[in-house]
Design a protein around this ligand. Sequence first.
Ligand code: MF3
Ligand code: CO
Length: 378
Amino acid sequence: MSAPVVSCQSSSCPNGHPPSRLECPTCHKLGITGSFFCGQECFKANWKTHKIVHDLVTPRQTLLNDPNINKDGTFNPFGTFKFTGPLRPVYPLSPRRPVPDHIVRPDYAETGIPTSENRRAGQPPKILTLEEQETMRNVCKLSREILDLAAAAIRPGITTDELDEIVHNASIERGGYPSPLNYRNYPKSVCTSINEVICHGIPDKRKLQEGDIVNIDVSFYKDGFHSDLNETYPVGQVDEDSKRLMRTARKTLDESIKLCKPGALFRDLGKTIEPIARQNGCSVVRTYCGHGINDLFHPAPSIPHYAKNKAIGTMRPGMTFTIEPMINLGHWDLEHWPDNWTATTIDGKRSAQFEETLLITETGVEVLTAGKPREDLQ
Ligand code: MF3
Ligand code: CO
């Protein structure tokens, strides 16, 4: 059977639109069907009017060929940005996750501005009462449960947005608020930092891949207090450099915790952390620090992780704070994505981090967020 014959498509065909077989080659290429003309002359005479249909489909063709747009409609929102490594964001982000009305929120939950934190900037570290310490113990224990739940879901193919959903729901189920959500306008309920991302990665639609490493950083607010902890995990089998990096990051945290007791100086922690990093061929991030944590998310003190720092302050019983060394395989310096949150290594090499919330007791230190030792880091 022959193809149906189309009449001449020229609006001004002088020949009375006879059946035609001359197809517009551009339409043919673009996949526009039915553009037939009775002859070259008619085609040429009608060209000005006809070629508009090419432009109508061209935007779609451009989108299909845009390397920033994936076949499934997800896309890289920072197309012209020069990334330092291979990782790319996968947008759109999922809509903001709602928090039920019965959950008590920190002051920034609606506005994005931590008013009380800003107001108390420069104040000395808070000493918690025994009752407040008991509240911190409970909040920290719950945050450890939340992190462990999210970590158990790690597998190739899961998106970091799905990890965010797990953390968000687990926080609400435990009667608390996921501290990151809208803190200084942060859009999600947890930070997920993959490979060359040092910290503050925003959960998105990227699927975890075999060989990735991913840090999950959980912060949780309940009964008026925040907790904060994170760990870095392998996705399936990872290379030896990544294992060395994760082991080193864990070791710097564990060794620095051993220094914590009443009378110890915050500035001395970096003196233990940096040599361990260097001995293992790694560097210590200087931009982000550990911090006090109590009824505020990031109060004093600020705790640098590098050697020869000038941090102020002495540990006292009743203080709660984090240590959270970020350790890089390459250079220590970082750069931010245009989302103004995601901090990546300057050279695109991988970074790992572990964090615990600590309480200084009369005799030493209690790791309030402690979990089971990780078999894979031994
Ligand atoms: N949890 C991070 C920390 O260790 C802070 C995250 S702030 C956020 O201090 F807004 F990015 F969530
Ligand atoms: Co922290």
